[in-house]
Design a protein. Sequence first.
Length: 341
Amino acid sequence: MPDSNASNQSDFQLPLYAGVDVGGTNIKVGVVDDLGKTVAHSKFPTPEKCSDGAFDRAAEMMDQFLEPHGFSREDVAAVGLGTPGPLDMKKGILTAPVNMPGWRNVPVRKMLAQSTGKSVTYANDAGAAAFGEYWVGGGKDYDSMALLTLGTGVGGGIIYQGMSIDGAQSFGSEVGHATIDTSANARTCNCGNRGHLEAYTSATGVVNRTAELLPDYPSSKLMDMVSETSALSALMVSNAADAGDELAIRIVDETAEYLARGITIVAHVVNPAAFVLGGAMNFGGAESKMGRRFLNETVSKVRSAVFPDVAKNLVVDFAQLGGDAGFIGAAGLARENHRSA
Ligand SMILES: [Zn+2]
């Protein structure tokens, strides 16, 4: 074995764990060490059907990550898998993923175990991402944490003292479907019900709310942005808000108000030590003025709605791991299982 590999090896703490994060567009595969440090990771387009060799390819990728560092598959103690729901975590079956018809009723846990020769821990993708943030990201300093992922939808994951709250039917922690509006004209959620957080604070929710108000703001910069060939997007709203647009700033503040209602529910039901916001729908995140305004507005609205002791200790911050949270967290959940076995 070359010397360079030996020195590489010493950078990582054995054993290693692999994480596979299946999404509608890509499958991300990564290997992390015992402290959650990433050895290597990559992704490939999600095949139409799981049976088209998706997990064999993931296993090959794993080996490719290990070899340059002088590791072999023997150094990998266990593998974690995250997929979108609905799923049956206990049986290890991906039941009815939206937009992935070729992946319905697939025994994904068993298939990945066969491809890798390792025991596989199966989780909801949002739960896996939450565990990643809890282990080595935005929640690493806390014993409990809720992750809300604002993207196309609103995902949720709650970790309590190292355990992911998955629930009896694998629908635990679905914060996106908490009811925040009970009025007669409450917005319809992607799930078909009304008044859910996702219908207001997902990228789609933000776009729909903006489109409805746009006629009242004829001088909004968004008018020019959409009249060109492109459709209204959450990123446009974010950019317009950065440029001082009145409507866009109103949308940022109202999104914070809606998000605060969702966080308030979780704060009173679970009372996690920290809330972490993931996903691309963050109005620029920590790096931008509007992102920070969105965060500050959210925090101040939650503070005014929760018990004083909760308000005093409230922590809400942006996530730190970005798109890597899923495979890191899946690997982390596999580590938890492996260590408690
Ligand atoms: Zn819903």
